[in-house]
Design a protein around this ligand. Sequence first.
Ligand SMILES: Nc1ncnc2c1ncn2[C@@H]1O[C@H](COP(=O)(O)OP(=O)(O)O)[C@@H](O)[C@H]1O
Ligand SMILES: [Mg+2]
Length: 319
Amino acid sequence: MSLPGQPRPLAFQTFGVPRRIAGWETRRPMTEHIALYGKGGVGKSTLTSNLSAALAEAGFSVLQVGCDPKGDSCSLLNNGDPIPTVFDLLREWGEISVDAVAHKGFKGVTCVELGDPFGSGQCGSSEIARALAELKRIDLFGAIAPDFVLYDISGDSTCSSFYTPIQQIGVQRIFVVTTADFMSLHAANAIFKMLDRYGESNVPVPVGGLIPNSISSSFEESFIADFAVQTRTRTMGRIPRSLMVRQCELYGKTVIEASPLSNQSYFYRRLANQIVDEAASQPGLSAPMQPEELRAWARTWGDRIYALENGLVTDGAAI
Ligand SMILES: Nc1ncnc2c1ncn2[C@@H]1O[C@H](COP(=O)(O)OP(=O)(O)O)[C@@H](O)[C@H]1O
Ligand SMILES: [Mg+2]
C-alpha cells in the first residue's frame, strides 16, 4: 500500500525505471478509476490482469472489474478459474454483498466480474448500469478502498454498454488496447469517436494513450505510433507478442505470477509504472479520424507495405 510520504513501491525501483514525478504520492486521488477499452481479442483481459498483478506486487491495492459478458477478465488472477459474477448472484439471490462478489486473487488483487446480463452473450447497457449501481449500493469501492480500479471493457462497437462505466463511476482515465491490425485500430477510432460525442455534453474523459499489444516487429510499432499521431493521442510502452503469454494462460496465470523474472514481465511492469507516474501529468483528448480520412490513411500504409514487399526505394519511412 502506498500512502502519502511513503517511498515508492520497491518492485518498480528494482527494475530500474526512473522516478519521474516528484511528490507524485501526494497528488494522486484516493482511488483512481481507469478503463481499458479495445476490440474483442486484442488481449485486454490478459493485459489488465498482468497490470493488476504488476501493481499489486509493487504494493498498490487493486480492484479489477471485468465488464465483458464472457466473465473471464480475472481468470488469470484466479488460477484460470471463473468467479461468480454479479449477474449470476443477482439472478440466484436477487441481491449481492461485498463478500459474495469480491474475490481475492493473486497478491490480493480484488476481482469482480459483472458477467452476462441476459445469459446470451449480448451487451445490455441498462443491465450493466444496474450491476454497477448495485456495486455502488453495497459500497464496494468504499469497502475495498483500492488505489486503482481497472475496468476491462469490451469495445466492440455493437456493444451499447460503452458509456455506462464512464458516466456512472466517473472513470478518470481511459486507455485503448490495440494490436497492429486495421480492424483493431478501426475499433480504437470508434472508441475515440464515442469519447468525443460523450465530451460534447459531459466533462471530457482524458485518454491516457494507446497501448500496443502483441507487437512483433518495428513495422507494427510504427503503424500504431502513426495512428496515434493522426488521432492526436500517444502510445504507451508496447507489450511484445510472446509465446510465454500463451503458455502462462495454459497454466491459468499471469506472466507476472508464473514467470516473474522474464523479459515479458518487465514490459508489463514498465507499463504499470508509466500508468502510475503519468497520473500526475495531463493526459490529453483524442481526435478521431473521419471515415474517409481513416481509409486514406490506411491506404498510405498499404502503399508502404507494397513498396517494402517489392523492394522499392522510398523515403525511408520507418517500417
Ligand atoms: N502479448 C501477447 N502475446 C501473445 N499472446 C497474447 C498477448 N496478449 C494476449 N494474448 C493472447 O490473446 C488471446 C486473447 O486475449 P484476451 O486477453 O482474452 O483478449 P480480450 O480480453 O481483448 O478479448 C489470449 O489467448 C491471450 O493469451
Ligand atoms: Mg477479455
